[in-house]
Ligand binder design. Sequence first.
Ligand SMILES: [Zn+2]
Length: 169
Amino acid sequence: MIYLLHFQKPYKHARHYIGYTDDLKTRLARHRAGNGARLIQVINQAGIDWRLVRLWKGSRTDERRLKNIKNAPRLCPICNPQGVLKPGTQIVYTPLHAGDDIEHRDAERGFVTLAREIDAFCRYWRRDGSGLRTTTCSELTPIDRLVVYKTERAPTVRRLMREIKEGKL
Ligand SMILES: [Zn+2]
């Protein structure tokens, strides 16, 4: 998969890192330890915190294509909330104590219904996969706790978004 890291503060002109891995957890741990990419090592040494903000299923070729766009801020939900967090965009919420571990037992999967500047209204799935946990209203979630990641079938989300708009949910 391809991952996008957002730096809390820019380093020179860099504010993002795009990488590819088959083992996200190990890869992020290596970045944290400074054994991954040189840029992240420098970021760590400068005392700049960073966070996983987006994941794509894809190959190294896709990674290269994304890198070649050379416009990572446009792809980042923190830098470009209105552009990235459209109604129906799938996300994983990671509470503070989960760091950016999307497999953490307290991490929750869902989708955005409406994004603002620093927070977004989201709906979340039940853990057993049997539909939405939050049926009556959306929950306001800070954008810097979200990882954009498409895990559910898109038609399901589209149908639910339609029902939400029509006031059926
Ligand atoms: Zn960003």
